[in-house]
Design a protein around this ligand. Structure first.
Ligand code: BES
Ligand code: MN
Ligand code: MN
Length: 463
């Protein structure tokens, strides 16, 4: 691959400005108030793919937000890379905690990003990382170096569960046929410690509702005599972990893949400072399952967390009341071999079983998906590793992540291909949080690295 650096430096400002324009459109898929913006974003992505050199770009309507499909097929005897990404973003709230408006991107220096980072919702997850692929395509096409075929599939419902993408994939197996799937929607260890994500956790997301008396009651007249749904719900939630922070749902760990001592020793070699981790989060100590390190707890171990809880009176002043209902949203992150539907059933059965008399419990499964592990003994992984080595000057460390992209396991099931997760974000980039950002350096490093993956993957396939 020639002239990569030249092309990049000649087009730096434009590449940055194009991303900034994309980030200005508030494509929040969870909130219907933004539906026109989400649709506008799909149109923008379509135009940008055409400009970058795709020969065919289509907007595929779904029951939800559209999927943007693009392709450039140069020779059917050559391999095909399928790029997946998402143009939708998480809601920006709480807005008050942003230092600059979430859809008015600004570039500011940070400790981790001395060359500046773009602050905006979606900067890292996933518009910035998705757009690296569009610019990498432009670079390869305009410098006449695209070595193989490429397809793009950019969806607008990743942050709300990818339900319509799952249908699209199952219905378009031929069209989406590929030799490898390439995704930048994860992170790496640090700018001077490149890593390739080799695992994603699965997910089971549920909502629970506890109902006590048929109306809110005076907490003096009735307190102590009836089950208080909030007391009960919090007690039930607390019982889901034991004193060692193991999850108490019967059968929960049955299928969990245990790593060998060698694999765990290998994992422990990744550079990590517990002091810095604690300092960055302003916590005195980490917390979690007994017998596992922090990096194990957040990647190879399953977890259960309450994501939100509500009930009763939380307004100004005091109101003496026993609420009729209490609610919680709970996510379980799963590891290979745990089936998310089975886990959802186990949760439901257990949660209903531990409810005391005097309350009614309803468990509503919300969404979920399987975890994924990328094998590292493949041409695709070797090509990715070599690409990082070329642009970072260091071999990347394979590392399993704690996050989830449920559609990845479905890709394997439907399209029979493996996924390479080339993430360029940092954990500190605050994805899903206020002040999300993406390093300018990381953005350009991504655009620089991706073409080498294409080159090496094509070369290695010939051998
Ligand atoms: N890009 C993230 C997932 C991610 C981030 C994986 C960093 C690994 C490292 C994705 O957009 C996301 O937020 N996924 C959701 C699940 C989805 C079903 C809403 C998640 O992990 O909570
Ligand atoms: Mn994402
Ligand atoms: Mn996300």
């Amino acid at each position: 691959m020639k002239n990569v650096k030249n092309y990049l430096s000649e087009n730096k400002d434009r590449f940055l400005n194009e991303l900034i324009e994309l980030l200005k459109i508030p494509s929040v898929s969870a909130d219907s108030a933004f539906s026109q913006d989400v649709l506008d974003t799909a149109e923008t992505v379509k135009t940008r793919l055409e400009e970058a050199g795709c020969d065919v770009v289509e907007i595929h309507e779904t029951a939800g937000y559209p999927i943007v499909y693009g392709e450039k097929i140069i020779n059917t005897d050559l391999p095909t890379v399928l790029v997946y990404g998402h143009y939708d973003v998480q809601p920006a709230d709480p807005i008050d905690l942003w230092h600059s408006p979430p859809f008015e991107p600004v570039i500011k220096k940070t400790e981790k990003h001395p060359e500046g980072a773009i602050f905006a919702r979606g900067a890292c997850d996933d518009k910035g990382q998705m757009y690296m692929h569009v610019k990498a395509l432009e670079l390869m096409v305009k410098t006449d170096q695209l070595p193989c075929n490429v397809k793009f599939m950019i969806e607008g419902e990743e942050e709300v569960g990818s339900n319509n993408l799952a249908i699209y994939v199952a219905e378009n197996r031929e069209k989406l046929a590929n030799d490898v799937i390439l995704i930048s929607d994860t992170g790496m260890i640090a700018n001077d410690v490149p890593s390739i994500t080799t695992g994603l956790r699965g997910l089971s997301y549920v909502e629970v509702e506890v109902t006590g008396p048929n109306r809110d009651l005076h907490s003096g007249l009735y307190g102590g005599a009836v089950a208080n749904p909030i007391n009960i719900l919090t007690k039930m939630i607390a019982s889901l972990h034991d004193e060692n922070n193991h999850i108490t749902i019967p059968g929960f760990y049955d299928k969990v893949e245990e790593l060998s001592a060698e694999e765990r020793a290998e994992m422990a070699k990744a550079p990590f400072s517990i002091e810095k981790y604690q300092e960055a989060l302003d916590i005195e100590s980490v917390y979690g399952e007994k017998g596992y390190s922090t990096n194990e707890r957040n990647s190879i171990r399953p977890t259960l967390d309450v994501n939100g809880i509500c009930g009763g009176y939380t307004g100004e002043g005091a109101k003496t009341v026993i609420a009729s209902k209490a609610f919680a949203k709970i996510s379980m992150r799963l590891v290979p071999n745990q089936d998310w539907k089975k886990i959802t059933d186990l949760f439901k059965t257990h949660f209903e079983a531990i409810a005391p008399k005097g309350v009614k419990v309803v468990v509503k499964p919300h969404h979920g998906g399987q975890g994924y592990v990328t094998p590292i003994d493949t041409i695709a992984y070797q090509a990715a590793s070599k690409a990082y080595e070329t642009t970072f000057g260091k071999k990347p460390i394979p590392q399993r992540s704690g996050g989830s992209i449920p559609i990845v396991s479905l890709f394997e099931q439907e399209l029979k291909s493996k996924t390479i997760l080339m993430g360029f974000g940092l954990d500190s980039d605050a994805i899903h949080s206020p002040n999300e950002h993406f390093g300018v350096w990381n953005y350009f490093k991504g655009i620089e690295t991706i073409p080498y993956f294409y080159e090496y993957f094509t070369e290695m396939n010939k051998k």
